[in-house]
Design a protein around this ligand. Structure first.
Ligand SMILES: [Zn+2]
Length: 159
């Protein structure tokens, strides 16, 4: 008889988004994303980080101060990285698992790349203009918005 405590698809893909977030150097917000095809194949993953060539040690991670000295103008978000990391041609009709509801900028990239569903874990910035605009665009573009159904499971990885 097969074992029953295996990871369900949603758990597996959100788990990979969460694991990817562990790669982030951002001291305040670690976000991961995982793009999955209709046939449950992982197409790409991403996490929030500085663009290639922009040193994690030299570019700022601050949240306040002169805008040029904060992370916001520089950091590439997990969802955008996941989209840009994909090099194939199969992304249309896929879905994206993300540990935090996408911002308005990532939402534009999600819509334009043809992703048709967003499965999100946290929506802690739901009151912000960015998230409100993101939801307005996703609805207008008929991108399905699905809160991740928490399984209440935790996994320890011994690395
Ligand atoms: Zn974003």
């Amino acid at each position: 008889m097969k074992k029953n405590d295996y990871l369900k698809w949603d758990e597996y893909f959100m788990g990979i988004a969460l694991l990817s977030a562990e790669r982030s150097k951002d001291p305040n917000t670690s976000v991961g994303a995982c793009i999955v095809s209709k046939s449950n194949k992982i197409l790409s993953v991403g996490y929030n980080g500085m663009p290639v060539g922009c040193s994690d040690d030299e570019f700022p991670w601050e949240r306040e101060g002169d805008p040029l000295d904060t992370k916001y103008l520089y950091v590439c978000h997990a969802e955008l990285n996941a989209i840009l990391n994909y090099t194939g041609t199969d992304i249309r009709g896929s879905r994206i698992y993300t540990t935090l509801f996408p911002c308005n900028e990532c939402t534009k990239a999600i819509i334009q790349s043809g992703i048709t569903e967003v499965i999100y874990l946290s929506d802690k910035y739901s009151g912000t203009d960015s998230t409100i605009a993101a939801k307005t665009m996703l609805r207008a573009a008929n991108v399905k918005i699905t809160p991740y159904p928490s399984a209440g499971k935790s996994i320890v990885l011994n690395l």
